[in-house]
Design a protein around this ligand. Structure first.
Ligand code: M6P
Ligand code: ZN
Length: 193
């Protein structure tokens, strides 16, 4: 097995801004990058004419894509809604399904929704929450607050991101605003009308 011999290193993390310094990759996801993922198509279209909002950013420090290596990254999820559905990440399974991930909440409030063949999970996250995504669980984060929702993540560098299953099949649960409070509802009810 090929393994790059690396030198130890340290990085700086600004908890409030979610900035890793230095970061080698910055991914920006706007609504146009995730059209069709929110339940309310009319609200998506309206938000697009309003200027294609920035939904979230991911900052990460890349390491070789090899078994044994770990990627560290942060996600900065902006506050907002498309219809009654809060801004969220695309969500993914790992290509290597038997790999886990750890999140640490740094700022704001959100939910981590997960799904596996046998069920769903929805965990609250805020500053200080450590959340564990076990192997085989698809994971998506949602900003349920009015501030930035910022969290740190660590995952195996060779885990890979499988977006297709979520893009085509969707997530079984959605996080929506109900009278000012976040609620997890089944995808096929309530928000699709
Ligand atoms: C977390 C990690 C990353 C992921 C990011 C955004 O930081 O799970 O691997 O890229 O969230 O989520 P997504 O890739 O689903 O858009
Ligand atoms: Zn992941």
């Amino acid at each position: 097995m090929k393994q790059t011999l690396m030198e130890p290193f340290s990085l700086t993390l600004d908890f409030a801004a979610g900035r890793i310094e230095p970061a080698t990759t910055r991914i920006e996801r706007r609504l146009s990058d995730m059209l069709g993922m929110f339940a309310d198509a009319a609200a998506e279209a309206a938000a697009m004419t309003d200027g294609d909002p920035l939904i979230y950013e991911v900052l990460q420090y890349d390491v070789p894509n090899e078994t044994g290596q770990l990627v560290v990254c942060t996600t900065v999820l902006h506050p907002g809604r498309i219809g009654d559905e809060y801004y969220m990440t695309k969500g993914h399974y790992h290509e290597k399904l038997d790999t886990a991930e750890v999140y640490l909440g740094l700022r704001g409030h959100g939910k981590l929704v997960m799904q596996a063949d046998h069920g769903f999970s929805g965990l609250d996250m805020h500053s200080g929450t450590i959340a564990y995504v076990p192997p085989y669980w698809a994971h998506r984060t949602v900003n349920t607050g009015s501030d930035l929702f910022v969290f740190f993540a660590v995952y195996p560098a060779d885990a890979g991101h499988n977006y297709g299953a979520i893009e085509h099949g969707g997530f079984g649960q959605r996080v929506v605003d109900r009278d000012g409070r976040p609620m997890i509802v089944p995808s096929n009810k309530g928000v699709e009308a």
